[in-house]
Structures are given as structure tokens and as C-alpha cells.
Design a protein around this ligand. Structure first.
Ligand code: FAD
Length: 507
């Protein structure tokens, strides 16, 4: 007596992509989401008329058929689409010595670097060429054609042989870190710091720890301007905010018969004779299915959702020992907008060049999406989201909590003052989030950004687990952190659960 063919724990991007695709393949799918809002790190929430993104706001290739973005590929097969606004420059980086506009197009980007360091601009070109070459090779095989078992070979050999050749040619760089590509091409210290910053924004690690395909994907996707009008660039913001992406995935899931249950916390994955057989909800209800997919993090899945004896001891310990990127301080503000006519949407502020960019509070990310989509704030107002890394350790809801929270938010306010000098006088609504807030609303172990698995020091684990019928998706599985990567993990898992002929039919 099964309740469905597949139960997915969590409606993050990875969970929704796996669930939607499996529903599209004809499986009966139930998604159990603990929160009352779907989307995980990508969910949006509303307070007093302000619509806030809880996390991501930087997106590429959500609407272009030529895009490699796995989210776009999943939306296509689910019959969904998004309305977006393209913008350029994609952001401004503010260093103590000056600001730098970041253009999507590779040539425009170099032009700006040239103003600061002409020699550095030449080196950037060599760096870009190496990584854009890899992006070109990656273009030949859509993520939708991938699966995480040996049958991948059948798909690739049968359908993508020429592209496979290109990929094999790029094999050394596929496995390389961005640091090694940078060492081979860039000596200029300013440019090296710029590359470190861009890697950190993507993976939570600097160039040395970031894998080359991740940055190749980012550079390739954001610079896909060739042959398109200058206003149509690869960088896009979804109208309605991040929730527009989540809603489209949920609609797609439901269109193909899948079910999403909100406020449905899974307490335990039930295992019998080494096989996953169902889940137990917080309400004590039991749902049965032969396949369970956990979108919870590696730490949450193995520590909280399974009993220690369900997993081989050494495997469990190694998984729980996976290093984690820190959590965050968040500042969500509703501000008065008068006089802010030339405000732009994305900023990264580095406070102190003598400190490492990964130091808590030193690098602050700012997103003001209402400059692109005025519906996110009441008329005459903007929504602001600023965040910076902050360790989870040391945070407790005790008597000092409120004061510590205010103190820690100061680095975010100081960053915002560089963009909007009188920001403090403009605040209409203020929400300060700590690592505890992040861990609570995102249901993530220690509120982490994700695993800190450095290139060359390990690989993100795949979707399979030692328990038959139990799979994992999301940003603590291959290929890693970020909305496109989490979507790719969902595709890899879903495809592995169907036959090659079903995949080929969909492709
Ligand atoms: C501040 C911030 C900014 C970011 N900016 C960007 C960006 O600009 N661009 C980009 O591409 N990426 C960005 N990212 C990264 C990206 O948002 C994440 O990597 C991605 O959304 C994670 O998706 P996921 O599939 O791992 O699921 P998660 O987002 O982790 O969602 C997992 C879901 O599972 C649910 N869940 C967990 N346990 C249970 C349980 N026991 N029962 C039921 N449900 C459960 C949770 O409630 C949650 O909804 C950002 C992340 C953060 C935090």
C-alpha cells in the first residue's frame, strides 16, 4: 500500500526540480515541505507590503532557449516560463580604493579592468578565454541529458558523441580549480583579488577552492550577448522576485499531477531491511513510497532524519564531518525611495582590503530588486536585502541576543551607506536576521551556505546513498551550491530513477 511512487522531503530548488521532472515522467510524487512557504533558500516572504527575497537574487539565462541554466531546462519540460527583466551592468563592486562596475559582456568587463590595470586586462582576457572555452564545450550536452549512473554513457554515446569529444579535450580543466587557471594566466594582484571575490560570491570559497566549471558556467551564461540586442543580456531578474521561479516550478509539478504539502515537517525517514520505505511526519502520520528523496542538507538528512544504525558508521561519520561554509547576518529593509533615481540593484562592498574577503562582516552583498521590479515595494519605497557571512557558533537566544544582533548588523549598514549615504534615515521597516534566523527558516544545519568542499580536496557527493531507495538532492550534492547547481542535482537524481528510453523521449 504505497501513498505515492516518490516522496520528496523539502521544496528547495533541488527538491522541486527532481519532483517536477519525476511527475513529468509519470511518477506519483508528493513533496513534503516543513515551512509554510515553498522554495527553501530561494523563498520570498512578505511584510507590510514589502516582498523580500530570503536569499538568491542573481540569476542568468532564465528565459533564453540557448541558456545552459538547468532551471530553464526544467521549466521548459514542465511547460512553464518566467517573465524577467534584463539588466547591465550586473553589479558594482566597492573596494576601499574605489568602485568597479561589473558588466555581463566579457569585453566590456575587460574594458573596465583596463581603466585600473592595463596589464591586468590582458591577463583577464587569457583567463576568460580558458574558461569560456570550457563553457563552449559544456554547451553541447544539456544538463537534462545527464544521469548519475553508468547508463549516462548510453545517452552520451547515442546522442552527444561529437560534444563528448569536446568535453574530453577539456578534461584537465573540468577537474581543475579556478586557482590553477588563475595561476596560469593572471599575475596582477588586483585582478587576482577580483577573481577571488567572484569565486567567493559563487561558492563561498576563493579561487583556489572553487571548481573551474562553476566559474566557466557563470562567465559563459552572463556574457551571452552575442547576436542579441544590447538590452538583452544573460543576467535577468524574475518579475515578482525569487518566488516567481519557485511558483513556476510548483505550478509545473502540479500540472503533471504532483502534490506539494506545506507545513509538513518530516521527522524521520523510515528504513526497513536496509531500504527506505516511507517517512514519518511531525504529526505522526506515515507516508509510504519506494523512493524517498531528501532535499535537506547532508548534515540534516544523516543526523536528524535517519537513525544512527540506518547507515554504516564510517560513512555516516565521514558525511557528518563534511566542512560547512559559515552562515549569514541578514538585513531586510523597506526604505523610502525619494531622490534615489539612479540607484542600481546589485552591490558588493569590501570594507577592508587588508583583511581576507571571507572574514565575517568584511564582504557585504546588497540587492535592491525593486529597482527592476517596482511591484516588490509599495509605491515610493524600495526593498533592500543585505547579507554577510557570520559564524553560527556563539549565537544563542539569550539576554544579549538583541544587542548582539544590532551590533552585528552595523557592517551591513556601513556597506549600505556607501550606496545610499542616508540609508538609516530612510528605514521604514527593518528585519535583522542572524545565523539562528537563517537556520530556523531555511531548516539548514547551522544556517550554512553549504558544504565547504574545496576543489582538489574532495568532491560533492552524488544523489545515491547507502540506503536502497533513498536519494539526496540540493546544494550538498553534486554539482554544488547555487540555484543552477541545485536544479542540476534534481535533474541528475530524477533521470537516474527512470529508464534511458524515457529520458530520450523527453529530450
Ligand atoms: C543569502 C543567500 C544568497 C544566495 N544568492 C544566490 C544567488 O544570487 N544566485 C544563486 O544561484 N544562488 C544563490 N544562493 C544559493 C542558492 O539559493 C542555494 O544554493 C539553493 O537555493 C539551495 O537549494 P536546495 O535545493 O539545496 O534547497 P534548500 O534551499 O536548502 O531547501 C531545502 C528545503 O527543505 C526543507 N526541509 C528541510 N528539512 C525538512 C524536513 N525535515 N521536512 C520537510 N522539509 C524540510 C526546508 O524547509 C527547505 O525548504 C544564495 C543563498 C543564500 C543563503
Amino acid at each position: 500500500m504505497q501513498d505515492s511512487d516518490v516522496i520528496v522531503i523539502g521544496s528547495g530548488i533541488g527538491g522541486l526540480c527532481a519532483a517536477g521532472l519525476l511527475a513529468r515522467y509519470g511518477k506519483r510524487v508528493i513533496v513534503c515541505e516543513s515551512h509554510t512557504i515553498a522554495g527553501g533558500a530561494a523563498h520570498s516572504f512578505k511584510r507590510r507590503g514589502f516582498e523580500f527575497d530570503s536569499g538568491p537574487s542573481f540569476y542568468c539565462g532564465l528565459t533564453d532557449a540557448q541558456s545552459l541554466n538547468p532551471v530553464k531546462q526544467v521549466l521548459d519540460v514542465l511547460g512553464e516560463s518566467l517573465q524577467v527583466i534584463s539588466y547591465n551592468p550586473l553589479g558594482h563592486y566597492h573596494f576601499p580604493e574605489g568602485s568597479f562596475p561589473v558588466y555581463s559582456d566579457a569585453e566590456e568587463y575587460r574594458h573596465e579592468v583596463h581603466k585600473i590595470t592595463p596589464q591586468g586586462a590582458k591577463e583577464v582576457q587569457r583567463f576568460q578565454e580558458r574558461l569560456l572555452g570550457l563553457y563552449e564545450a559544456m554547451k553541447g550536452v544539456p544538463t537534462l541529458a545527464l544521469r548519475a549512473d553508468w547508463q549516462l554513457l548510453l545517452v552520451l554515446l547515442g546522442r552527444y558523441l561529437p560534444s563528448l569529444g569536446k568535453m574530453l579535450f577539456n578534461l584537465p580543466i573540468i577537474q581543475a580549480s579556478v586557482g590553477s587557471v588563475m595561476d596560469a594566466t593572471v599575475q596582477d594582484p588586483w585582478v587576482r583579488r577580483l577573481i577571488d571575490l567572484e569565486c567567493f560570491l559563487l561558492s563561498g570559497l576563493k579561487a583556489e577552492g572553487t571548481i573551474a566549471p562553476e566559474v566557466a558556467f557563470m562567465l559563459g551564461e552572463r556574457s551571452r550577448t552575442a547576436g542579441r540586442s544590447p538590452s538583452r543580456v544573460g543576467v535577468e531578474y524574475p518579475l515578482g522576485g525569487s518566488k516567481a521561479i519557485v511558483n513556476a516550478l510548483v505550478r509545473g509539478l502540479q500540472r503533471w499531477g504532483g502534490e506539494l504539502r506545506l507545513g509538513c515537517h518530516v521527522e524521520q525517514i523510515l528504513v526497513a531491511s536496509g531500504k527506505a520505505v516511507g517517512v514519518k511526519l511531525r504529526t505522526s502520520e506515515i507516508l509510504k513510497a519506494p523512493v524517498i528523496i531528501s532535499n535537506a542538507t547532508i548534515w540534516d538528512t544523516y543526523k536528524h532524519l535517519l537513525l544512527p544504525e540506518d547507515l554504516p558508521t564510517a560513512y555516516r561519520q565521514a558525511a557528518l564531518d563534511t566542512p560547512a561554509v559559515e552562515s549569514f547576518m541578514h538585513l531586510h529593509l523597506g526604505i523610502r525611495a525619494e531622490g534615489l533615481k539612479n540607484l542600481t540593484g546589485h552591490h558588493v562592498v569590501v570594507h577592508d582590503s587588508s583583511q581576507d574577503i571571507t572574514t565575517a562582516g568584511n564582504t557585504c552583498m546588497i540587492s535592491i530588486p525593486s529597482v527592476w521590479d517596482a511591484t516588490l515595494a509599495p509605491e515610493g519605497y524600495h526593498v533592500v536585502h543585505a547579507y554577510t557571512l557570520e559564524p553560527f557558533t556563539g549565537w544563542e537566544r539569550n539576554d544579549q541576543y538583541e544587542q548582539k544582533k544590532r551590533e552585528k548588523a552595523q557592517s551591513l549598514y556601513r556597506a549600505l551607506e556607501q550606496i545610499i549615504p542616508d540609508i538609516r534615515q530612510r528605514v521604514e521597516l527593518e528585519l535583522i536576521g542572524t545565523p539562528l534566523t537563517h537556520a530556523h527558516y531555511l531548516r539548514r544545519y547551522q544556517g550554512t551556505y553549504g558544504p565547504a568542499i574545496a576543489a582538489g580536496k574532495g568532491m560533492f557527493p552524488g544523489s545515491q546513498t547507502p540506503i536502497k531507495g533513498l536519494y539526496r538532492v540540493g546544494d550538498s550534492t553534486m554539482p554544488g551550491i547555487g540555484v543552477p547547481a541545485a536544479a542540476a542535482s534534481g535533474i541528475l537524481c530524477a533521470n537516474t530513477l527512470v529508464s534511458v528510453s524515457q529520458m530520450l523521449e523527453l529530450l
